[in-house]
Structure formats: C-alpha cells, structure tokens
Design a protein around this ligand. Structure first.
Ligand SMILES: [Ca+2]
Ligand SMILES: [Ca+2]
Length: 196
C-alpha cells in the first residue's frame, strides 16, 4: 500500500512538474515516505475522494490562522482551541440564560422557567443538557459542573483524533520551513488526484 502510493506520487509529480510551473520555494519532488508516515489514514482518504474539498478546507485553515506565508503548528492549535472555546461558550450560554438570580448556579426551578419559555422544539434538548450538566444529580448546575459539561461537549465536537488530523497538515510542509502554504497543499492534492 505504502509503496503503491509512493509510486503514484512520484509519477504524479513527474507529470505535474512538466504540465505547469510551481512555486519556486517548493522543492520539485515530495518526500513521500515522510508524508505517508505522517498522514492519518482518513486524511489520505479525504485527499483521494474529495481533493477539491480538502484543498478548500486547508485554504480556509491556512488563511484563517496563518496567512499567505503559511500556517504553523501554533496556528493550527489556535484554530483547534478557538473551535472548542466556541462550543464551550455556546453550551454555557444555553444553560446560563436560565440563571435568573445571577448567582452563577442554575437551579431546577430556574431551568423550568427557561424550558417553559422556549420553543417546543428546544425544550427536550434543554432538559437533557441540564441533566447532563448536573453531574452529582442534586438538581443544581454549579459553575464547576457547567464548565465540565461545556468542556465535555467541546471535546465531543472536536475530538482528540480530529485535532490530530488537523495537526497532521504539518506533514504538507514540503520545504520544511515550519509553515504550510496553500501551494504546498495544492501540490500534494494534485499528486494524489486520479487525473495526476
Ligand atoms: Ca442561578
Ligand atoms: Ca449539581
């Protein structure tokens, strides 16, 4: 399998190099063994099955948390942390709007008021969220419980495995300058695409 892809990439690059000009900063040949060792299986699949989508997602990440000079590991980590923080804030807000007396704890009587005021379609999920957050089952969600609950939801939304896959983008750093540019991702995507 590994040898097969090495051959595909080398052939693909041979064709690609003659077909179009490439960023001069990107070396003419890929270190395929390094690349294959560092790419999670699912990343390889995405590359092969939806190359355009893969490049789009990478471009969004690179320009959002890096820039034209590329994204580094710190930038990828910032993206992961921001995504998780966003989910945490959303999950905290969902229950905090029931904190009617502003004591940073949500009591059963408070959540009942919010549930009654919510649209019918939201009530069930709100009750489930309250019950999930109330770790010790005393019908009060404390700040510590809320933080724990929000973090659990954030880690479910962007798992450790997904974060590792995002960090694996660093394997696309073809010129080893510590940054991944869109041009580098495009080169790899091109090498892996069936038409290459
Ligand atoms: Ca309260
Ligand atoms: Ca509790």
């Amino acid at each position: 399998m590994r040898i097969f892809w090495s051959i595909v990439i080398w052939i693909g690059l041979g064709l690609g190099a003659s077909a179009q000009s490439v960023d001069e900063k990107v070396p003419p040949l890929l270190d395929t063994s390094h690349l294959l060792e560092n790419l999670p299986e699912r990343t390889l699949k995405q590359l092969q099955q939806k190359p355009e989508k893969f490049l789009e997602d990478a471009a969004i990440l690179i320009m959002g948390f890096g820039g034209e000079a590329g994204i580094d590991l710190a930038g990828i980590n910032a993206s992961i942390n921001l995504d998780r923080a966003w989910v945490r804030a959303r999950e905290m807000r969902r229950l905090m709007v029931a904190d009617l007396d502003n004591d940073y704890a949500i009591k059963a009587a408070e959540i009942r008021v919010l549930i009654a005021a919510e649209r019918a379609g939201k009530r069930g999920l709100l009750l489930l969220a309250f019950q999930a957050a109330d770790q010790n089952g005393d019908a009060v969600v404390t700040q510590a419980e809320l933080r724990h609950h929000a973090q659990t939801r954030a880690m479910a939304a962007l798992s450790v495995e997904e974060a590792q896959r995002a960090r694996a983008l660093m394997a696309f750093d073809l010129n080893s300058d510590g940054r991944v540019q869109i041009a580098e991702v495009a080169r790899v995507v091109e090498a892996f695409s069936p038409e290459a």
